[in-house]
Design a binder for this molecule. Structure first.
Ligand code: T1G
Length: 714
C-alpha cells in the first residue's frame, strides 16, 4: 500500500509510513472516544493487523490533544458497540507492537488507550490522568487494572481516587512512559509522530516485540491490606459523601486479588453502577454547566464577532483582602497590576499581605521562587489616581458603601482613558447606580470575585443596564484567561449567588431564634454535604461584612426577625474569627471553634422579646430542607426574572463560589433529584410555620410540577 493511500474512516484514518501503520484520530475539540472513533480504531486496527507489510502500529491524534477521554455527552444514552473495554482489549492483544504518541491532556479513556498500547512516547509536558471520579465515575476500560501493573499501587491509588493528573516527565520516572520527547518552541509540527515512528523501528530492530501491560504483575507487599484501609479513610475525609472514589479503591484492590480479566470485569460492573448513579448524573451536569456558562446566552450576545478589547494593564482599587487577592489573579497570568490605596501605610500592608500569600503558595509547591518574584514584580503600588491614566481595566474593591464607590468611579471616569473598562467587585450594591456616577456607563460592569479571590474559581460578571457587548465579552474572555468559571448575570440586590445565600442565611438565623444551636445547624449542613456550615462561614468571613450591606438596604429592615441573630452578634462586638468570637468562641492558640452556650441565652431572650416560640426538637432534616429549599425557591425566582438566564449557570455559581457539594450538582440539579413536588410541599409547610413574609412558592416551580419539567434544564 503506497504511503499516501489512506482508508478514510472518519474520524479515524489509517496511514502507512513504510512498515509502520499510523492510526490517526481527528475528532475535535478533544478527540473524545465517541462511537465513531471507537468503530474507526477497531476497523483500522483490523486492517493494520491483516496487512503483512505492517510490522508495528502507532496510535496518534491530530488537534490540540491526544484523546481526553470517553465522550461524556454519550453517557445517559444507550451505550453503542463496540464498547471501549472491547476496543482496548483488541489493542492489548494485537500481535504487532503498538506505540501511543502522547501530547496535551491524556485523560480517562485516553490514558486507558495509552495503557492498552505496548509502548508510550510522550512530549515532556503532557498531562496524563484518570479523572473519572470528578464525574462520579471510575475508569471503566481497564485503567484500575492496568495502571497499578505499570506504575505501582501507591501511584495508581493517588491518580485514580483523587483524579490527580501527572506530567509525562513524572510518569517516565515511574516506568509508564518509555520515551520523552523534549518540548520546545522549535518543535516542528508532526515531530512527535516522527519520534514515535522512529521508536517503533527501534522496537522492531531490537526485537522487543509486543509488551502487554495486562500480563504484568503488580508489585505488592504484606502491607497492601493496610494501604487500602489507609486510602479508604483518607478518601472518606477528602471526598466526603462521594461514592465513586471508594468504588475506585475496591476496583484497584481487585487488581491485587484477582486475575486481570476478572478484575476488569468487576471494574466494569462498578463503573456501570457509578455511571447510572444520581451522583454521576449530577457531576456530569456540573461539567457541562461550567462549560456552558462560558458561552453567553442570546440576550447578551446579539452581535456576532464583536472585537474584544486588549487587556494588558489593569488597576485594582483597594489593597485589602479582596483587592490583594484580585491583584494576584492578574499577576498569576502575567498581567501588570497597579494597586491603588489611600495611604502609603495601607499600601505597604497590602503588598506585604500579598507577598505572604505568594509565600504560602511557594511553601505548598504551587509556584517556585522565580515565579514568586516575577508575580510580585508585576504588582506596583500607588496612591495617585493619575497613575491609572493608561490602564485598560480597573477593578474597584473598596468599602462596600454606595457613596464611597460613586466617589471612586467618578474620579476614575476623569483620569482613565476613554475605552478603559471600569469594574466593581461589589457583592450586593446596585451597579446601575454606580455606573450613573460616570459618563461611560456602557463601560461599567461588575466583576464579583469570591474570597480568597486568588483561589476561588467563581467570577460573577454582572451586566448592568448600559453595559455594552464589547465590554461584557472582553471581561468574560478575561475571566477564562484567569482560570475562572465566569458566569454572566444581571443586576439585583446580591446578584445571583449572594441573593440566594441571603435566603439560606435568613433561615439559619431564624432557626437560631427558634432554638437551634449554631453547632446543630452547621453539623446538619455538613452532614448534608456542605464543606462548612453557614455560621462557621459567617465567622470566617466576618459577620459585620453582610451586616454593613444589610444596613445599606432599607427594605430589609422592615422585618425585625430578619438576620436578627447575626445583628445581635455584631452589636455585641462578636464579629467572628477576627475578634476571637462570633457564633463560636475561637481558641487563641489553635483558632479552633468552640461551642459557646452564652449565645443561646442571648437568642432565647431575643426570641421571647420578639414573640418567637422556641422549639428544642428541631430535626436535622428540617434544618437541611429549610436552608436548601430556600435556595431552590429563590433560584427559581431569579430564573423567572432573567437575572440568571440558565439554571445551569446558577448551579455553576453555587458549585464554584459557595462550596455546594459537587456530587449533588448544584441547587437546581438537586431540586430535580429530590423532586420539585417534594420541594414545593416543603415550602408550603414552612410558609404555614413562618411569618408569611418569605416562603412564597416560585411560580416556575408550580409550573414545572404541572409540566413535569426539569428545573436544571430551564
Ligand atoms: N467528552 C465530551 N466532550 C468533551 C470532553 C469529553 N471527555 N472533554 C471536553 N469536552 C468538550 C467540552 O464540553 C467543550 O465543549 C470542549 O470539549 C472543550 O473543553 C471509560 C468513563 C480536556 C482538559 O474527564 O477536563 O473517559 O463547550 O472547554 O479548558 O474510563 O475539557 O466547546 O462545546 O474544557 O481546554 C474522562 C474532561 C472522561 C476530561 C480541555 N475525561 N475534559 O480543557 O477545554 S470519562 C475527562 C477536560 C472516561 C473511561 C471514562 C477538559 C480538557 P464546548 P474545555 P479546556
Amino acid at each position: 500500500m503506497n504511503p499516501s493511500q489512506s482508508n478514510k474512516i472518519a474520524p479515524v484514518t489509517l496511514l502507512n509510513r513504510g512498515s509502520i501503520a499510523v492510526i490517526s484520530i481527528e475528532n475535535a475539540p478533544v478527540n473524545a472516544l465517541s462511537h465513531a472513533v471507537r468503530e474507526g480504531i477497531v476497523s483500522c486496527l483490523k486492517a493494520a493487523e491483516k496487512d503483512n507489510g505492517v510490522k508495528a502500529i502507532v496510535v496518534s491524534c491530530v488537534g490540540s490533544t491526544f484523546i481526553a477521554g470517553a465522550d461524556i455527552s454519550e453517557f445517559g444514552q444507550p451505550a453503542l458497540e463496540p464498547h471501549l473495554p472491547d476496543v482496548l482489549a483488541q489493542l492489548d492483544r494485537c500481535s504487532k507492537p503498538i506505540i501511543a504518541a502522547l501530547f496535551g491532556t491524556v485523560l480517562g479513556g485516553g490514558f486507558e488507550v495509552a495503557l492498552s498500547c505496548h509502548y508510550r512516547v510522550a512530549l515532556t509536558h503532557t498531562k496524563l490522568g484518570l479523572p473519572e471520579v470528578t464525574l462520579g465515575l471510575i475508569p471503566g476500560a481497564g485503567g484500575t487494572q492496568l495502571l497499578p501493573r505499570l506504575a505501582g499501587l501507591e501511584m495508581a491509588l493517588e491518580m485514580i481516587t483523587l483524579g490527580k493528573p501527572h506530567t509525562a516527565k513524572k510518569l517516565f520516572d515511574h516506568g509508564v512512559i518509555d520515551l520523552l520527547v523534549e518540548e520546545d518552541s522549535s518543535l516542528a509540527e508532526g515531530s512527535l509522530l516522527k519520534q514515535a515512528i522512529l521508536f517503533a523501528y527501534t522496537i522492531l530492530d531490537t526485537g522487543q516485540g509486543v509488551r502487554r501491560v495486562s500480563q504484568m504483575n503488580i508489585e505488592t507487599s504484606d502491607s497492601h491490606v493496610e494501604l487500602f484501609d489507609q486510602w479508604r479513610k483518607k478518601i472518606a475525609k477528602k471526598a466526603r459523601g462521594q461514592k465513586a472514589p471508594q468504588c475506585a479503591i475496591d476496583a484497584i484492590e481487585n487488581a491485587v486479588l484477582l486475575p486481570f480479566e476478572e478484575g476488569k470485569k468487576c471494574e466494569r460492573d462498578l463503573f456501570i453502577k457509578c455511571r447510572d448513579s444520581s451522583q454521576s448524573t449530577a457531576m456530569r451536569h456540573a461539567f457541562f454547566a461550567e462549560r456552558r456558562a462560558a458561552k453567553l446566552p442570546e440576550c447578551y450576545d446579539k452581535t456576532q464577532n464583536t472585537p474584544l478589547l486588549p487587556i494588558k494593564q489593569v488597576a485594582v482599587i483597594g489593597a485589602g483582602t479582596m483587592g490583594g487577592g484580585i491583584a494576584m489573579c492578574f499577576a498569576n497570568v502575567g498581567l501588570s497590576v497597579k494597586l491603588l490605596e489611600m495611604s502609603e501605610d495601607n499600601l505597604a500592608r497590602g503588598l506585604s499581605a500579598i507577598r505572604t500569600r505568594f509565600d504560602q503558595a511557594l511553601s505548598r509547591g504551587l509556584i517556585n521562587e522565580v515565579q514568586l518574584e516575577q508575580r510580585m514584580s508585576l504588582i506596583v503600588g500607588t496612591c495617585d489616581y493619575e497613575d491609572l491614566a493608561d490602564v485598560d481595566l480597573v477593578v474597584e474593591a473598596a468599602f462596600e458603601t454606595m457613596a464611597v464607590k460613586q466617589q471612586i468611579f467618578s474620579t476614575l471616569d476623569q483620569v482613565c482613558k476613554v475605552d478603559a473598562i471600569l469594574a466593581t467587585n461589589t457583592s450586593y450594591l446596585d451597579i446601575d447606580e454606580i455606573a450613573q456616577s460616570t459618563s461611560r456607563s456602557h463601560k461599567v460592569l461588575g466583576m464579583h470575585f469570591f474570597t480568597p479571590a486568588n483561589i476561588m474559581k467563581l467570577l460573577e460578571v454582572v451586566c448592568a443596564d448600559d453595559t455594552d457587548e464589547q465590554t461584557l465579552k472582553t471581561v468574560m474572555a478575561l475571566g477564562k484567561k484567569l482560570g475562572k468559571v465566569s458566569v454572566a448575570v444581571g443586576v439585583c440586590y446580591g446578584f445571583v449567588g449572594n441573593r440566594m445565600y441571603s435566603c439560606y442565611g435568613r433561615e439559619a438565623n431564624m432557626l437560631l431564634l427558634e432554638g437551634a444551636s449554631p453547632d446543630q445547624i452547621d453539623t446538619a449542613m455538613r452532614n448534608w454535604g456542605m464543606a462548612m456550615g453557614p455560621l462557621a462561614v459567617n465567622d470566617m468571613s466576618g459577620i459585620d461584612i453582610a451586616y454593613k450591606a444589610r444596613q445599606e438596604n432599607a427594605i430589609l429592615k422592615q422585618d425585625p426577625l430578619y438576620f436578627r441573630a447575626s445583628d445581635l452578634m455584631v452589636e455585641a462586638g462578636r464579629l467572628g474569627q477576627k475578634t476571637g468570637m462570633g457564633f463560636y468562641r475561637y481558641d487563641s492558640d489553635t483558632k479552633k471553634p468552640q461551642i459557646d452556650e452564652s449565645v443561646l441565652v442571648v437568642f432565647a431572650k431575643e426570641a421571647l422579646k420578639l414573640g418567637v416560640l422556641q422549639r428544642h426538637n428541631i430535626s436535622q432534616e428540617e434544618i437541611q430542607n429549610r436552608l436548601v429549599f430556600a435556595l431552590i425557591n429563590e433560584g427559581a425566582r431569579i430564573l423567572s426574572e432573567g437575572i440568571a438566564t440558565r439554571a445551569s449557570d446558577i448551579d455553576a455559581i453555587w458549585l464554584n463560589g459557595y462550596g455546594f457539594p459537587r456530587h449533588l450538582g448544584g441547587p437546581m440539579c438537586y431540586a430535580d433529584e429530590v423532586g420539585i413536588d417534594k420541594v414545593v410541599a416543603g415550602i408550603k409547610v414552612y410558609q404555614e410555620q413562618g411569618n408569611g413574609l418569605y416562603w412564597h412558592t416560585a411560580e416556575l416551580l408550580e409550573r414545572l410540577i404541572i409540566s413535569r419539567g426539569k428545573l436544571s434544564q430551564q
